[in-house]
Design a protein around this ligand. Sequence first.
Ligand code: CP
Length: 315
Amino acid sequence: MEFMNKDVVSIKDFSRPELEKIFEIAEKMEMNGYDRSLLEGKKVGLLFYEPSTRTRLSFDTAAQSLGARTIWFAGVEGTSVMKGETLKDTIETVANYADAIVMRHPFDGSARWAAEITTRRVSRGESKVPIISGGDGKNEHPTQTMLDLYSMMRTQGKIDGLEILMVGDLKYGRTVHSLSYALSMFDCRISFVAPDMLQVPEHVTSFLRSKGVSFTKSAKIEDAIGRADIVYMTRIQKERFPDENEYNKVKGLYRIDRKMLQMAKPTMKLMHPLPRVDEIAIDADDDIRSYYFKQAGNGVPVRAALLSLVMGAVA
Ligand code: CP
């Protein structure tokens, strides 16, 4: 298991034992506290070309909790991207300042490209700076999946055997794509609930079929909520629709409230990568099964564990 300088671009680049190693370290950090000497003297670059609250701030918190400093931009306003600087040139530059780079970018594949750029540095005798994706377009969000799986493990005591219901924007939702890929490493059943125009893409379902994962597709939450151990709600993402008229056809389609939660198991946990708009009613927040804010909190130990591994502070 080699983590040192490993890029975190797709959850498919990780094995189940590697994910379990991250969870083991995260759990220890959560229980015992963060050792500030682990990343003392290191710098983490946070390059966020798209808006973010949780991913950016939890990486920032995780890095600083381990003694690292962070350098960052949040939005391209005020950066030389506004003068036409390419992603390549920005990565080449920041790789001279930072020991690891966390990046969120609107283009699918941008994280892989950034990883290739810092890998080429090695042939020039320079250090490989690991790239950690904080989400690339509608493609993947691997570290969100790590904290999602960690949240499932912490709440249900296991991941194998769980019935996972995913609802909402399954087409453009990068968290759903990464989570689906990851669940193929466990013995889970998945129900996808979305209108036809937002159903999970064929490249994801083909992958699941190739791994023998059992899944169903439906347009109604009521078809699956009663048997779900995890309900994973997602926002219908207006910003990903090429045509606003298409968004208007599906906005507000799904909404879980206290009344609907009566149909769910007492042990079910309601998760959401957040931010939410209206797909989870405020009246559900105080239900004991609502876990989305604690789930976001789990981003700190999971991302701290990941940073300490890829930056070579723990093995
Ligand atoms: N879940 C998530 O990626 O949230 P942010 O967009 O706030 O980072």
